[in-house]
Design a protein around this ligand. Structure first.
Ligand code: H2U
Length: 354
């Protein structure tokens, strides 16, 4: 039988995580009588007196936000990582079956805009650029002191986001977390074998192929990765070797803002909803105990993991087989890219509704 990736179940390999994922394209034909998510299409006010992220408002700990005009950063009042703690010692008993070690770090909240009613794709490009600049500054400052700086955005109630005000977070800690540790190892091995960054070779392969490309400009590429796990998962990648956000030129920062706008507009237009996702940057770690200082194998990249599958109300559940055996997806990466290519990158659905 001749292999047809649109008909035949197959597995694809994720070289960053060194894991396989199961692709079952024929499964999109199954009927859906399961859970439907709520959609919130209500227009929020530009300022909400009850929002703890809006300018001039009082936060949960009693502090007052300044009357900020663009972006605003503050220490998370409920930080998961704390600056002070016991010395890092490995505590291990029962032949290593019960092992732990203390960690330290800091967490910040980053407000993208004073406007309560906006999200990144609805912001002007120069306002998005202010967020890009903030990501770069936060990384450069925090990587001096910490092993790993994780910049994230959780968008939408479905992703557990507690507040619709446009914002992200930064968690910086004394250790290399599990996923970045694997991505470091994979890139290091590829670099040793090929003498080039893994993700730079990948960018060139995707640019030559084109079937998974969502957006491309002079400096950046957005693709549905060949090994995507979430239905509309994307990777945002620079087109040259860049190890971290601090190495971007001002033209590349501008160009990132230029590509985020149409790319995220496509996301929102796909199901005519403010597209929920978790996104985050992976980039060169700082000083890591027991690791050399060479970071040449690293290539900066951002992952976007949106949960929606069929519509604004039907999400992909990572349960059952996914939890107990292996991640699985229904539509192929190429089908997802084709669906995003069909919708407008320039006119946001909310503008059309007005
Ligand atoms: P999420 O909506 O993604 O959960 O992010 C909001 C963060 O804001 C959350 O981590 C913090 C929460 O701890 N926060 C404050 O630091 N101060 C507040 O007054 C409320 C929420």
């Amino acid at each position: 039988m001749k292999f047809d990736p649109v008909e035949h179940p197959h597995r694809r390999y994720n070289p960053l995580l060194q894991q396989w994922i199961l692709v079952s394209p024929h499964r999109t034909k199954r009927p859906w009588q399961g859970k439907q998510e709520d959609t919130d299409l209500s227009q929020r006010p530009g300022y909400d007196p009850k929002c703890y992220l809006c300018p001039r408002n009082v936060r949960a700990n009693g502090e007052v936000n300044p009357d900020y005009g663009a972006t605003y950063v503050f220490e998370n009042d409920f930080a998961a990582l704390l600056a002070e703690g016991p010395d890092d010692t490995l505590m291990s008993t029962h032949n290593g079956l019960m092992t732990s070690r203390p960690v330290t770090g800091e967490c910040r909240v980053i407000c993208f805009s004073p406007r309560h009613d906006l999200t990144l794709p609805e912001m002007a490009t120069d306002e998005i650029l202010a967020v890009v600049d903030l990501w770069c500054e936060q990384y450069l400052e925090l990587v001096q002191k910490h092993a790993w700086v994780q910049i994230i955005e959780n968008k939408g109630a479905i992703m557990g986001c507690s507040n619709p005000h446009p914002h992200g977070q930064v968690w910086a800690g004394s250790f290399l977390p599990t996923e970045p540790a694997q991505v470091d190892k994979s890139q290091r091995e590829y670099w040793r074998e090929q003498g080039r960054p893994l993700l730079l070779d990948y960018v060139e392969a995707e640019l030559a192929d084109g079937s998974r490309t969502v957006e491309v400009n002079d400096h950046w590429l957005v693709v549905i990765p060949y090994w995507a796990m979430w239905p509309y998962e994307t990777l945002l990648l620079p087109r040259r070797h860049v190890r971290h956000l601090g190495e971007l030129t001002s033209a590349e920062r501008q160009s990132m803002a230029d590509i985020l706008k149409p790319f995220l507009t496509r996301y929102d237009n796909l199901f005519e909803t403010s597209f929920p996702y978790s996104m985050g940057w992976h980039q060169a770690p700082g000083k890591v105990a027991g690791m050399d200082d060479n970071r040449d194998h690293w290539q900066l990249h951002a992952h976007f993991y949106p949960p929606l599958l069929r519509s604004a109300t039907v999400k992909k559940f990572m349960v059952g087989y996914e939890m107990l055996a292996e991640a699985q997806r229904d539509i192929t990466a190429e089908q997802a890219a084709a669906a995003l290519a069909k919708v407008s990158a320039t006119e946001h659905f909310r503008q059309k509704q007005k």
